[in-house]
Write a protein that binds this ligand. Structure first.
Ligand SMILES: [Zn+2]
Length: 310
């Protein structure tokens, strides 16, 4: 009799373990359908944050190399140039040094609301080389740049309803210089820009959380964010908007330049991590599964907002 009970207990335990295992399975990223090539997504981060790009500091050969890399991908993905050869050049001074910067601007025409624009942005510059150490900036912000290329890949087959400007900004690290120049010299009328979606540091977080700043006063955006699928592997959190006691990120990256002009923005970024602005912000330290889910979730959110008339 005793053995019989033991057998039942063992059987019950086994079935509950296998059940837990199945539940875990359901939460892994393999159940997500990615709408872009995830190998390419990771590959671009790896290339752009390799030592060959010398930390992509504005005005250096490393930054020019990054610019050429991005332009060649945009051509492959059939993204139209918004300006000649995609390049918007500008100059500025910072700490008594003169710089030449280049924003890279691509255009995807909308199918329904052609004269209304979303600017999707990320910065391709980083900190360069200091004291002989290369600051590769894998998360900051090769991750955002590669995410934009994934968007371009998606738009090639699935054009958006609103027109989209893909803005790869330069000189963010020198005080949001590229985006500031862009909003002053915007190519399309400023009032036709309905939203800036800015991605800066979207590839790693120990809690699988990605913050969205900018939705605090917009109920439609808040609803769209809440509609996105959350799991143990990925979730959006709204905040860092000056209302929740956390550091206010309203001007922490290029979206700040749009906000100054009164343009709504959504900023996507993770909490600072131990490799933030250090030479160890390398490809090996990003979290590939989190990153893929982050980019897919931002794309899903984009599609939901694109379906509204802004
Ligand atoms: Zn950054």
């Amino acid at each position: 009799m005793k053995n019989y009970f033991e057998l039942i207990i063992v059987l019950l335990l086994c079935s509950s373990i296998s059940c837990t295992a199945q539940k875990k399975e359901a939460h892994t990223s393999t159940s997500v359908t990615f709408q872009f090539n995830t190998d390419s997504l990771l590959h671009h981060v790896k290339i752009l944050s390799s030592d060959a790009f010398e930390g992509r500091r504005t005005g250096t050969t490393g930054a020019l190399k990054a610019k050429d890399y991005i332009v060649s991908k945009l051509k492959n993905l059939e993204v139209k140039p918004l300006v000649d050869n995609y390049e918007q050049k500008f100059s500025f001074s910072s700490r008594k040094q003169d710089y030449q910067g280049i924003n890279i601007l691509g255009l995807i025409e909308g199918t329904d609301f052609k004269d209304s624009y979303f600017v999707i942005s990320a910065h391709y510059d980083h900190e360069g080389i200091r004291n002989g150490q290369i600051f590769n900036g894998a998360d900051d912000d090769a991750s955002g740049v590669s995410a934009m290329l994934a968007f371009a890949e998606y738009f090639k087959k699935n054009p958006p309803k609103h027109s989209v400007i893909l803005a790869f900004f330069d000189a963010e690290e020198l005080g949001l210089q590229g985006s500031r120049y862009y909003v002053e010299n915007t190519i399309v009328p400023l009032e036709s820009i309905k939203l800036n979606m800015n991605m800066d540091m979207v590839s790693r977080n120990d809690q699988n959380e990605l913050y969205i700043t900018g939705a605090r006063d917009n109920e439609a955006f808040q609803n769209a964010i809440q509609n996105q699928k959350a799991s143990d592997d990925f979730k959006f959190i709204m905040g860092h908007d000056g209302k929740d006691g956390k550091q206010n990120w309203t001007f922490s990256s290029d979206h700040g330049s749009f906000f100054r002009k009164g343009i709504p923005f959504l900023y996507f970024g993770v909490e600072d991590h131990k490799d933030y602005h250090r030479p160890t912000d390398d490809y090996e330290n990003i979290h590939p599964e989190f990153y893929k889910l982050a980019v897919q979730s931002i794309l899903s959110l984009f599609l939901e907002i694109d379906a509204m008339k802004l």
